[in-house]
Write a protein that binds this ligand. Sequence first.
Ligand code: URA
Length: 234
Amino acid sequence: MIKKDINQNDILYSEFLNIIDYNYIFNNEPIKRMKTKPLLEYTLNRLENLKEQIQEIKNCNLKKNASKIVFADGNVKSQIMIIGEGPGQKEDELGKPFMGDAGNLLNKMLKAINIEREKIYITNVVNYRPPNNRKPETSEINRYSEFLKEHISIIDPKILILMGSTAMEAILGSNKKISIERGQWKEVIIKQKIYETIVTFHPAYLLRKPDQKKYSWEDLKIIRQKIDDKKILI
Ligand code: URA
């Protein structure tokens, strides 16, 4: 009789067969290889953790002066994510982004390209209202952009819309000019993933400079075209 050599791999394999569950082998469900989005519950947990981290921020002038956190609004499963600058007075009162005049204009802008605001996901670079509605400082933008990048990676949108110079600075860097960068798709890497990103004017800027709305409309049409081309679900 020939004695078969049993090597280390054979031993490991027979141990493996003893410990695995037969359901694993005979399972007729296709294996999901992260092509679908993570479960909603998982996403909600990650968002809750992120919100808690932001609430625990120390030595932050924004937090000290604000009445509450303004985290986000909209559909967490959306494939479209909009990023503004930071909460104003109305947002600080209500705890939701884009609730005042700029928010009303944003809603109209979205409607003009057939998007209901509730169907998409909206947040800001900074989550606490800057005193007297001042623009967040670069150090604040840098500090909050770590949270923002985590936020983007949790929502994992197909397209990212950066509204205004603060959002552009947080994601693309400070040496860019909005009038040059706007209206073009860029591939931006955030936490090792590529996001198709576009910069456009902030609605608050358009309220101050209505003559710029024509450029904003060009950008909105470009965004709509991308949604249709990529068959993005709304
Ligand atoms: N402007 C912003 O950038 N965000 C808001 O939430 C409101 C106004």
